[in-house]
Ligand binder design. Structure first.
Ligand code: ASP
Length: 414
């Protein structure tokens, strides 16, 4: 069997959903499991709703916007089955209830935001059924078990694998539509796997069901050497070794979620990145291979924060102090994107995620003099050549720079 993953842009309106159905029809096989994201920018809209609800502000307009967006798509797809419409209205009701329940923010976030994927998968499945495609909707929360780390659920692979085995029988006669991004705890409470986590869900289903391949359908022709909106001369990679693709995601290439490659590489399952507007294009194949001489890959990671911890007593930065800094970061689940030390200070760059970063700064301030800059961009040039090295190293506004034999990183002000 194969796994297809369609992201938000590929199901953002009725025409996009019809395009998904056209791609699915070309496969000529039932042995397909489709993982779908929330439609368009629904996850962002749901995040705004949680924020309002949690702060006891009126969220009627935000809810109404989400409801009417989905109903308009259902209408355009000519879905009139009263049972289906009743089911969708029940989901809207569940969404409202989830937003008004009491509890910690991150828990409520998961209960609310997961509804985006439930709605999109129900609508896609119904559309496929209307076209006469034999399709079954399944709730990913019954198959992907995680711990109770809200917004970043850690997957229990063994339990999830065991639960999924029954799906093989269904796949013999029909295809399956399910959700990306969501799972549930052992107690049945909904969790999410981290923003953009649907790719990871696709890898999870693929690894647990020993799929032949995973295809991620995107609005770009494949994995590119840079974001073509930023650098128009970017080229498409025909193929990439797993290791290279994994490192790209680490540096912030947003084409694939960072957790996706590992489970596929461990099971030897190829990952294809293809263009949903032009499915005949070959796209990029990520697999166990050796590719000589890759062109430089340039990744821009925005919204970075540079934090510098300076020792206050004229001593030098020592291992014990480094230990303290790392402990604060690990306790707050904050990842460093680059780090550098000098005689009296240790600096690192991280994603600027409020309020977490301010908690980190506060904790570090107990032992250090802490300085920080926000609104920065981290540029990584992997496999640089002479021209790219010179170009990015000599940028104006460089606050921090680091290079190894293969990779150059510069942190710049806008
Ligand atoms: N809908 C979720 C998000 O926007 C998950 C995903 O699309 O991968 O982050």
């Amino acid at each position: 069997m194969k796994v297809f993953k369609f992201g938000g842009a590929s199901v953002k309106n009725a025409a996009a959903i019809q395009n998904v159905a056209a791609i699915v029809k070309q496969v000529e096989s039932n042995r397909l499991l489709i993982v779908v994201s929330a439609m368009g920018k629904t996850t962002n809209a749901l995040e705004r709703l949680v924020h309002l609800a949690y702060n006891n502000q009126n969220f009627d307009a935000a809810l109404h916007e989400i409801i009417s967006y989905h109903l308009a798509i259902i209408d355009e797809l000519h879905i009139t089955d009263p049972d289906f419409l009743a089911l969708i209205h029940t989901q809207f009701e569940e969404l409202k209830q989830a937003a008004t329940q009491k509890g910690e923010y991150d828990f409520i976030y998961d209960q609310v935001v997961a509804q985006g994927e439930i709605l999109s998968s129900l609508i896609l499945n119904k559309h496929l059924l209307q076209l006469g495609i034999r399709s079954t909707w399944i709730d990913a929360r019954s198959f992907i078990q995680t711990d109770a780390t809200w917004r970043e659920g850690k997957v229990d692979w063994e339990t999830s694998r065991a639960r999924m085995q029954g799906l093989k029988k269904i796949l013999q006669s029909q295809l399956i539509v399910t959700q990306g991004f969501i799972g549930s705890t052992i107690n049945g409470q909904t969790t999410t796997l981290g923003r953009e986590g649907s790719d990871y869900s696709a890898a999870l289903f693929a690894a647990c069901l020993s799929a032949e391949s995973v295809t991620i359908w995107k609005d770009v022709p494949g994995v590119m050497s840079a974001d073509p909106k930023r650098l128009p001369h970017a080229v498409v990679f025909d193929e990439l070794p797993y290791q290279e693709a994994a490192e790209m995601t680490y540096y912030g290439a947003s084409v694939i979620h960072p957790k996706t490659i590992k489970p596929l590489a461990n099971s030897g399952i190829p990952l294809l990145v293809k263009n949903f507007d032009n499915p005949t294009l070959p796209g990029t194949r990520i697999h166990a291979s050796k590719v000589e001489k890759l062109p430089p890959l340039i990744v821009f990671k925005e919204n970075q924060c540079l934090i510098s911890c300076k020792v206050t007593d004229y001593s030098f930065v020592n291992e014990e102090q480094l230990g303290q800094i790392f402990t604060v970061l690990s306790n707050n689940n904050v990842r460093m994107n680059v780090m550098q030390n000098s005689a009296i200070s240790f600096s690192f760059c991280t994603d600027f995620r409020e309020p977490k970063i301010f908690q980190v700064i506060e904790a570090l301030s107990k032992s250090f003099e802490v300085y920080y800059n926000t609104g920065l961009t981290l540029i990584t040039v992997k496999n640089y050549d002479t021209a790219t090295f010179a170009e990015y190293r000599n940028r104006t506004g460089v606050l921090l720079e680091q290079s190894s034999r293969a990779t150059l990183q510069v942190l710049v002000r806008h």
